[in-house]
Design a protein around this ligand. Sequence first.
Ligand SMILES: Nc1ncnc2c1ncn2[C@@H]1O[C@H](COP(=O)(O)OP(=O)(O)OP(=O)(O)O)[C@@H](O)[C@H]1O
Ligand SMILES: [Mg+2]
Length: 504
Amino acid sequence: MSTAVITPLVEARDIVKRYGPTTALADGRLTVLPGESHALVGRNGAGKSTLVNILTGLQATDEGEVRFDGEPAPPLADRDAWRRKVACVYQKPTVVPELTVAENLFINRQPVQRGFISWRRLRTEAAELLATWDVHVDPEARTADLKVEDRQMVEIARALSFGARFIILDEPTAQLDNREIERLFTRMRALQDSGVTFLFISHHLQEVYEVCQTVTVLRDARWITTAPVAELPRRALVEAMAGESLEAIAEQAVDPRDVDHDAPVLLEARGLTSPSYEDIDLTVRRGEVVGLAGISGSGKVQLAESFAGLHTPTSGTARLGGERLPFGDVQAALEAGVACVPRDRHDQGLVAGMTIGDNATMSVLDRLGRFGFVGTERKRGFAQALIERLDIHTEGPEQPVSDLSGGNAQKVVMARALASDPRLLVLINPTAGVDVKSKESLLARMDSAREDGTSVLVVSDELDDLRRCDRVLVLFHGRVVAEHPAGWHDHELIASIEGVDRNG
Ligand SMILES: Nc1ncnc2c1ncn2[C@@H]1O[C@H](COP(=O)(O)OP(=O)(O)OP(=O)(O)O)[C@@H](O)[C@H]1O
Ligand SMILES: [Mg+2]
């Protein structure tokens, strides 16, 4: 065996990064070898995305250095040089939705012939580029119309066309269903075989084992360990992330209580139909937690959104506590007692310019202010309590939400939904982007809400979220095709979601 030392493709050493009073990285380290898929894991706010910003040259470090292939990283101002080294695919698209795939691939470097952009060459070159990397997407498709997984592949192809062979995926699977995740992994493996190196960030630890060879753990802004995934079993990995034993984590979990089958019906929907679903009848009892499962395009998200005023049925009715629930109006739904954790927390969830405290209490200002104006102290105390209950990693209620890490922003959205003391809580992928330990505290919040008599409708792709439900309804092509009372086995639910337990 050769003992020659392999030069790392990427190396970050002694990285320190501060944002005002927050030290986002105190001891950031990373060594990625050429050709591997390397996982970067850690709890919400551990510093993963901060490290990505530094590795892609989007932000300067306060201390430490980054090297590519043994050479110092380019100066920050030289964006082209960085693009030839590395690219990151985020959850939020960095492509322009109104442009076609071809245009996005060659934006700002269109093939020019005699001073004019040659559209024909643009299309051919785009088609060639996509074919080279085996990406089956129509170059003429409008990017906005692409599925998330195809959009991600277009972004990867674009990065490769700049010459980068190091691709960072920051939570690429958070918005994908099981099949889409499998397809992404197949494509990652194929690209890895063609010499592409990946840094892969995910809160789904089983994915780390499925697709990566090495894992680096960050905790509280510090490097904790780097090891082959085969030498770090799940238990050790979770303990490295959390800094405490699994037993200690388990002790903090709350046992869900039993359902009251005689509780009065709170939500009753009849014959709900829209382009996304058909003829849905649904009842949810007071204090009941009902899960909605299904592949992408099953209509589960639109159905749940309908009750929160985010999607409008074309026919059918819904009653909440006997009163007709208005459709198509978020404010009216909120007034009727429906709170929602929406799918897209960036666009629908938070007001970026406002503080965490203001965002969390926005929907309750009325209530807090019932006897006069809202006392700042009162609001602050209320927000502080929510921050503690949901384990939000922040400097305090006065910090703007735009400073928060992805998972912590998600918790603020949940805090806000709970703060309005809803009769019906609609949760869409509530734990997407939330770390393993915080998931527990978020789901425990769901349990305590139901104890106060709140009914919950949860849409999720995660079995752990659905396991907490009293029953799970499975949608397929817009229809409810199965109902599973609590206690189902994973394989049963998966089979029914995938439609493999049905004929035809
Ligand atoms: N622009 C900013 N201004 C102030 N603080 C910031 C900023 N960006 C990040 N932080 C803080 O730095 C810390 C690390 O955030 P980072 O986004 O790197 O976490 P993460 O590991 O990616 O978490 P998640 O899993 O939730 O995405 C957090 O405490 C966060 O609030
Ligand atoms: Mg992040």
